[in-house]
Write a protein that binds this ligand. Structure first.
Ligand code: PGA
Length: 273
């Protein structure tokens, strides 16, 4: 998949971010205990470490991590500023609680809650208005891959989810390529397959917003990332970090994945564990 890389970018140009997506796991106490231990284990990561925690834990985790290098975020938000939407949560509420970013368009939201590209597009716009950094998740299903529709699906998701938004408004965008067939299945994309999908996504960004924009946007890989495959994925030139689900719930595996990034991304040689 994908043509030869026409974009002259080096991986050093971009932010490197490893995000833990805790999904619907951890009580407030468990979340706070986890991040306290995390702070002890990882003093000065060479990558940025983001944590997408359950809504209930955002406030306490953000307070616990105040003035550290760790960044707290949410896993979803509504597209409205506020209103009579029982059970929903607004971006400004998340911001108020301490969230700095939000995952949008995660495949579990698309699959179980029937979120469309159009709805996700509205959420991306709202996140920008509310000052929360959007992490847009895209990826094809197994069926789509087998029917060779991967490129078409990625293009449709990226173009529709970013429709009507200027490059200036998207300057803090993070893209996450998460093949649906790899999420929670133990079946990771090979580094080569992931790299080709990342190049393809970056080229779509280039077509939409130009090369200067495309080379600056971090693209994370997600889908069954573990300590045994993280390093090979991060070594790929267009993979700017990882979105880790299951393996981010355990301190041991998450720290190992973050620590594995030292040998790849620490240009100064001063990484301190
Ligand atoms: P996984 O989840 O690492 O458990 O496959 C990734 C994700 O859903 O973001």
């Amino acid at each position: 998949m994908g043509d030869a890389d026409p974009i002259n970018s080096t991986m050093q140009d971009r932010e490197k971010i490893i995000t833990g997506n805790w999904k619907m796991y951890k009580t407030i106490d468990q979340a706070v205990d986890f991040v306290r231990s995390l702070m002890n284990e990882i003093k000065k990561p060479v990558v940025k470490v983001f944590l997408a925690v359950p809504f209930t834990a955002i406030d306490r985790v953000a307070l616990t991590l105040k003035d550290t290098c760790f960044v707290v975020g949410a896993q979803n938000m509504n597209d409205a500023s506020e209103g009579a939407f029982t059970g929903e949560i607004a971006g400004k509420m998340l911001k108020d609680a301490g969230a700095e970013f939000v995952l949008l368009g995660h495949s579990e939201r698309r699959r179980f809650f029937k979120e469309s590209n159009d709805f996700i597009n509205k959420k991306v716009k709202r996140a920008i208005l509310d000052g929360i950094r959007p992490v847009l998740c895209v990826g094809e299903t197994l069926e789509q891959r087998e029917q060779e529709q991967t490129q078409e699906v990625l293009k449709e998701q990226i173009c529709n989810c970013l429709s009507g938004i200027s490059s200036n408004d998207l300057k803090n965008l993070i893209l996450a390529y998460e093949p649906v067939w790899a999420i929670g299945t133990g079946q990771t994309a090979t580094p080569e397959v992931a790299q080709l999908a990342h190049i393809f996504c970056r080229n779509i960004l280039k077509d939409l917003y130009g090369e200067d924009f495309a080379v600056r946007i971090p693209i994370q890989y997600g889908g069954s990332v573990t300590p045994s495959n993280a390093k090979a994925l991060m070594e790929q030139p267009d993979i700017d970090g990882l979105l880790v689900g299951g393996a981010s719930l355990s301190l041991e595996t998450f720290c190992q994945i973050v620590n594995d990034s030292y040998s790849i991304f620490d240009q100064s040689g001063k990484g301190e564990l």
